[in-house]
Design a protein around this ligand. Structure first.
Ligand code: ACO
Length: 429
């Protein structure tokens, strides 16, 4: 395989190095393109642009492969432990028992948020979208933990990472309780990560929520399967913001905002609304698919399609299994699962979806699981953010630790007016 790429512009030929990743992925290194040729590349949506080298997550979209630090995500189905996966992503290998115990202790000890922060929740209207509260409060955390402004050594970083992973649950649960007008429930030190979150969400001062093992396992897996996905929109945002040396909390708050959009993490809400609309008889699976294919329609089959996966999204496969298992374990039946299966069946045998390689993505089944657990729809994207946080932190740190990291600053091709004179207001037509 050639190690350089040649580019001919006019009569001049330029040579650029080809870099290769550990799994054989190849890229033309164009770092010196503009300096040598005066030209830039144009790639709206960055579908062909590698923004960095990263050792965290590997995806092969054609084969439907997703690995965290080399470990295929399917293997976590047998070992569901979100804290362990968070450590793996952030620090690059599975933790020893001692490392894991210390990290878990940090997660437990830092679950509470400053009392003054509680008053911030009161300032939001009850109808406030929880993603807006989440982003604002993660950003506000730095006011209470100013050490995050100078995270120079790994121990300080580990503490800040544990703080954030721990507190995001508390903030999420408080945002939910605020929207319901319920009193806040403090974290309970004896509980592990997932049961503690559900305790803060669902316990009442007079009645404690008891987390069933099936629910614990399912939510653990949902969080794990969302934990990282290399240079997706929100992670790229975290890296972009972090590249200006903005602090970890500010960068992750920006990640929450990017995740909020319906084409990214917000799709899990849209999927559920779509399934509910079909269930309520407002439309049928066949009609919805027909509409999603129509060129002049804005409708899309939500939870289908992916920029990278042109084969099955492996997370959707695992989540489909978890949904079945959880509902069976709880002895319940959810008609939305049947509707989802029906939509999948119709779409996967339709040439529109086959030709465009559109398959179920991570959002297609996650909502059914969250719904079975009792998480309200407006909290779905918040759950995605809790899961994705270790990935954001891992990428922020990787970038921070990479020598020679530059501020991210894409260029553009300007298509506006040529030089134009200012016209005073009183003579403008
Ligand atoms: N339903 C119907 N048609 C679709 C869908 C869909 N879900 N997704 C893509 N298409 C069609 C497009 O209309 C387009 O058709 P055309 O070639 O005839 O114009 C073609 O497939 C390619 O679609 P693009 O939008 O160009 O693909 P892109 O890679 O830019 O978008 C995306 C990927 C945003 C995920 C898209 O598939 C989509 O909107 N899916 C629905 C929303 C969703 O589920 N988002 C969650 C993604 S996973 C995540 O972010 C966590």
């Amino acid at each position: 395989m050639p190690q350089t790429a040649r580019l001919t512009i006019g009569k001049t030929e330029y040579e650029f190095p080809i870099v290769e990743g550990t799994e054989g992925e190849r890229a033309i290194d164009i770092e010196r393109l503009r300096a040598q040729t005066g030209l830039i590349t144009l790639d709206p949506g960055y579908g062909n642009t590698g923004s960095c080298e990263s050792a965290i997550t590997f995806i092969d979209g054609e084969q439907g492969i997703l690995r965290y630090r080399g470990i295929p995500i399917e293997q976590f189905e047998q070992h569901p432990n979100f804290g362990e996966v968070a450590w793996l992503l952030i620090f690059g290998r599975l933790p020893t028992e001692e490392e894991y115990t210390s990290f878990s202790t940090d997660l437990t000890e830092h679950a509470n948020i400053d009392e003054a922060m509680k008053h911030h929740f009161e300032g939001f209207p009850r109808s406030a979208p929880p993603m807006a509260i989440l982003s604002a409060m993660i950003n506000a955390l730095s006011c209470f933990h100013p050490e995050v402004f100078t995270l120079e050594d790994p121990d300080h970083f580990q503490m800040a990472a544990a703080r954030l992973i721990s507190k995001i649950r508390t903030i999420a649960a408080y945002a939910y309780r605020r929207s319901r007008g319920m009193s806040y429930i403090y974290p309970k030190p004896g509980l592990r990560y997932v049961p503690n979150f559900l305790h803060m969400m669902f316990s009442q001062p007079y009645q404690e929520y008891v987390c069933k093992d099936a629910v614990w396992d399912a939510l653990n897996l949902v969080l794990i399967l969302h934990a990282d996905h290399e240079q997706n929109c929100s992670t790229s945002t975290v890296r972009m913001v972090g590249s200006s040396q903005a602090n970890l909390f500010a960068s992750c708050a920006a990640g929450v905002c990017a995740l909020w959009g319906p084409l990214h993490g917000g799709a899990n809400v849209e999927v559920l609304q779509m399934l509910e609309a079909i269930h309520q008889g407002n439309t049928t699976p066949e009609e919805f698919v027909r509409l999603a294919k129509q060129e002049d329609s804005k409708a899309r089959l939500m939870g289908f399609g992916h920029r990278v996966y042109k084969n099955f999204d492996p997370r959707a496969k695992v989540l489909g299994r978890i949904a079945e298992r959880l509902l069976a374990g709880m002895g319940t039946n959810d008609p939305l699962l049947e509707i989802a299966r029906k939509l999948e069946e119709i779409a996967l045998s339709d040439s529109y979806f086959i030709d465009r390689k559109l398959y179920p993505n991570v959002d297609f089944y996650s909502g059914i699981i969250l719904r079975a657990i009792g998480i309200p729809t407006n909290m779905f994207t918040v759950m995605f953010a809790i899961g994705r946080l270790p990935g954001w932190i891992a990428h922020w740190w990787e970038q921070n630790e990479t020598p020679g990291t530059k501020i991210a600053r894409p260029r553009q091709i300007y298509t506006g007016n040529g030089a134009t004179d200012y016209v005073p207001m009183n003579v403008r037509s």
